[in-house]
Design a protein around this ligand. Structure first.
Ligand code: FAD
Length: 596
């Protein structure tokens, strides 16, 4: 059976064995959906194939923030940014590890990509004016304005398609169920004036919407925020354009003709199908963090799939292995978007510790009871420090331990432990005791419980307590810059990131060297085209997001440095694809026998 563009709706079981489109997009994260929308708007026929039974990938459970230097939102609010300033900063952050042409392509296209989406689709962003760049001491850094945060999106617009949306992680929702923007969450975390009222308002809004939940049968907040809002609004915009998205459809390999990628083989509903792509293929199938064998092969040891905060079993390196088999160059394979993570019993993926490391009164120590990092550092640096110290100490920093006292416990969250004033120990699941958290009346007792050196821990705590009184962390300069202080408690002086650890009982929580995705992948040029070692282009093949080697090199310049580039290079890929001649072989009818 042969068909050209023979598909309708979202049900891949309706289609013929062979399908003909201009562009096939593999994966359904934010970059994938952005490119599919833009391609459809350029008059091209597009098909999105997604391996899982849910669309959205890690992007759907993420913060959805995008790092877009020189964006219109900031400018309209009087902000002062420029291409040159951003390039100065990116050059310093990436330290010569990324081709200048790719950095330029990113900075040129990122603001345009956002403008395009906001003018033509249902995607809406607002600027997180107070969110500083992650390396505020580098030249060209800004104290805020480059990170955009998705506005809330009303998912009732998705109709039945809402049930296929990968659900937001409860960690990103207020009380595990109420949608809130990153700007609102920050207001509450930093205890800015009005934070209590804000919580009341969000709760009230949620409660008052009980009718929709009852009528629709969806037991989730109708509004969605962060990455879930981004994916929902992109998905709805795809529906507006009748672009098909096949779920449960797994990319398996490329179809090659004369060295050019002219389509993909996919496995769907028990059948192998062939999708011919006249213009080309965009691989947006994520990294390889969910593949233990590839982790063992490329990432520093120790490393475990279970430490990743990404959806279990999805991103297994399909683009990487298929790309390598046709001669694609790769880069950064020994890097992930590191983040310290925690395993919570009964949860299928780890939870990233993004903000709470900076709260005053929690410290991170290794098995010797010693600090080895500025706890408030960006998560990439914090995770990387775990590896460096683990090597130095002969394996004593993975796992590491977060230590805090009862004052901290009462006032602040740590991972799934909500502040004791809301969730006292008596209300914590008993299963968490000694699997997620350890507790003892004295520091000595705690050290014995978790197998950390007792003297080392006591010495460290004494030293931190001195730093807390002066506000000066002489060892790691915690709270020493505007980024550290973003998640500090503004009511704590002299340093919002430092407080003593002195009032028992004391607590410990185990942290792993986790990730929010891998950073390395297929090497691409400024058009998002995959290249070989000699720099020549593999015609017809594009890679974006974590399927490609990050344009940020080994750095994490600001919140949104993974999704911002994924969407931008998705946009760039389409600009390039529009100009490509159609592959000759896929324009002639192909008999099913020929394809066998
Ligand atoms: P994904 O979004 O994971 O999409 C890949 C898709 O490809 C998946 O749906 C997968 O099922 C599919 N797929 C895989 N293999 C195949 C195959 N063989 N065939 C078909 N489909 C396949 N980054 C930011 O920039 N900003 C943030 O605010 C942010 N917050 C985060 C918060 C959390 C809790 C986490 C875990 C991550 C966060 N990140 C953030 C990181 C970011 O979410 C990811 O780096 C990004 O979403 C990766 O995008 P992607 O398109 O490469 O992959």
């Amino acid at each position: 059976m042969v068909s050209r563009m023979d598909f309708s709706g979202d049900d891949s079981s309706q289609v013929s064995v062979d399908t003909f489109v201009d562009i096939v997009v593999v994966g359904s994260g934010a970059g994938a959906l952005t490119s599919a929308i833009y391609a459809a708007d350029q008059g091209m026929s597009v098909l999105v194939v997604e391996k899982s039974d849910k669309y959205g990938g890690t992007s759907a459970i993420s913060g959805g923030g995008i790092w877009i230097p020189n964006n219109d939102h900031f400018r309209k609010k009087g902000g002062n940014d420029s291409f040159e300033k951003a390039m100065t900063y990116l050059n310093a952050a990436t330290a010569g590890k990324v081709a200048a042409s790719r950095l330029k392509a990113y900075l040129d296209n990122a603001p345009e990509m956002v403008r395009y989406l906001e003018e033509n689709t249902r995607v809406r962003y607002a600027v997180a004016e107070k969110y500083p760049d992650y390396y505020p001491d580098l030249p060209g850094a800004l104290a805020g304005g480059r990170t955009l945060d998705p506005e809330l999106y009303d998912t009732s617009e998705l109709g039945e398609e809402l049930k296929n949306l990968r659900a937001a992680s409860p960690t990103t929702l207020l009380m595990g169920k109420i949608a809130w923007t990153a700007r609102d969450a920050h207001k509450v975390i930093a205890k800015e004036s009005g934070w209590r009222l804000l919580i009341l308002w969000l709760m009230l809004r949620y409660k008052l919407d009980f009718r929709w939940r009852k009528k629709s049968g969806f037991r989730r907040d109708r509004r969605t925020a962060l990455g879930n809002s981004l994916i929902a609004s992109l998905r709805r915009s795809l529906m507006d354009r009748d672009v098909p998205l096949w779920l449960n459809t797994e990319f398996q390999d490329f179809i090659i003709d004369n060295g050019r990628v002219v389509g993909v083989k996919v496995f769907s509903n028990g059948n192998t199908r062939t999708v011919h792509a006249r213009k080309g293929v965009i691989m947006a199938s994520g990294g390889f963090e969910q593949n233990q064998a590839l982790r063992d092969q490329y990432l520093p040891q120790p490393t475990k799939v279970e430490w990743s905060a990404t959806p279990a079993g999805q991103n297994t390196g399909a683009a990487l292995t298929a790309g390598q088999s046709i001669g694609a160059a790769t880069d950064l394979l020994d890097w992930a978007w590191w983040s310290p993570t925690m395993r919570v019993p009964k949860e299928d993926k780890a939870r990233g510790l993004f903000a709470e490391r900076a709260f005053p009164g929690a410290i991170i120590v290794n098995g010797e009871g010693k600090r080895f990092v500025n706890e408030a550092e960006p998560y990439l640096e914090c995770g990387h420090a775990m590896y460096r110290d683990n090597e130095k100490t002969g394996g004593k920093s993975i796992p590491a331990w977060v230590i805090f006292d009862s004052h901290f416990r009462f006032n602040y969250a740590m991972g799934p432990l909500m502040p004791g004033q809301i969730m006292p120990d008596s209300r914590l699941p008993s299963l968490w005791n000694k699997t997620l958290y350890w507790k003892a009346e004295s520091l000595e007792g705690l050290a014995a419980e978790i197998g950390v050196d007792e003297d080392g821990l006591k010495e460290t705590v004494d030293r931190v307590n001195q730093f807390a009184s002066t506000g000066d962390d002489k060892d790691f300069q915690r709270g020493g810059n505007i980024f550290d202080r973003y998640y500090g408690d503004q009511n704590v002086t002299p340093n919002p990131c430092l407080a003593p650890v002195k009032k028992g009982p004391f607590y410990a929580m185990r942290i792993e060297a986790g990730d929010i995705g891998t950073k390395g992948g297929l090497l691409t040029n400024e058009n998002a085209q995959v290249v070989r070692e000699d720099g020549s282009v593999i015609e017809g093949l594009y890679a974006i997001g974590n399927a490609s080697a990050s344009v940020m090199g080994t750095s994490y310049p600001g919140a949104g440095s993974t999704i911002g580039p994924a969407m931008t290079f998705g946009f760039i890929a389409v600009k390039s694809l529009v100009k490509q001649p159609a592959a000759v072989t896929v324009n002639r009818p192909v008999e099913a026998e020929e394809m066998a």
